[in-house]
Design a binder for this molecule. Structure first.
Ligand code: ZN
Ligand code: ZN
Length: 179
């Protein structure tokens, strides 16, 4: 991938170290980028929406942007809390292309959320996909119509499970063209 910057992975609150480490390694493999852990951040104040029992994704993006980055690194936040943006019931993740920050939520990636047996491998696989998807937005990609492409918009976890962690040919071509 041309002109790929480093990616700093930042936990919001407590995130299992093994999940973070495995995810960072796998994301680095898919993107061909150097992915390394950064200092964790607290849950952003004022991010909780008590009526929804959810957290405002935008506040997490702002906290990452406020933190500032080292060099040109992309900052990827990870939280176990359930995120939303206005007009959507929930989001698996969100990105701010201009500020080069993204956040993903593990809350709905855990099989336990759907009443199934928790499975660390499944959680990691889904987290990698959501991370690559959001970083794809930072790298200039919009949503893709190919359900097998990582840039396909996941409305449900089944959409996430159906797509691969990589980019389709058209998205690859777009990335190469914008670099
Ligand atoms: Zn998206
Ligand atoms: Zn695509």
């Amino acid at each position: 991938m041309a002109d790929m910057d480093d990616i700093e992975v930042i936990a919001f609150g407590e995130i299992d170290d093994g999940v973070l480490r495995d995810m960072a390694a796998a994301v680095g493999g898919v993107l061909g980028a150097d992915v390394h852990p950064g200092r964790s951040l607290p849950i952003p104040t004022g991010s909780c929406e008590p009526r929804r029992g959810q957290y405002h994704a935008q506040r997490f993006l702002e906290a990452l942007a406020d933190r500032g980055r080292q060099g040109g690194a992309i900052m990827l936040g990870v939280t176990g809390l359930d995120l939303f943006v206005p007009r959507l019931n929930f989001v698996f993740g969100a990105a701010d292309r201009s500020r080069r920050v993204a956040v993903i939520s593990l809350a709905r990636l855990d099989a336990g959320f759907y009443g199934e047996m928790p499975d660390a491998g499944v959680l990691r696989e889904r987290a990698v996909k959501e991370a690559v998807h959001e970083i794809g937005h930072i790298l200039g990609l919009d949503h893709c119509r190919d359900p097998a492409c990582i840039m396909f918009f996941s409305q449900t976890i089944a959409d996430t499970d159906a797509k691969g962690p990589g980019f389709c040919e058209i998205c690859r071509w777009k990335m190469a063209g914008s670099a």
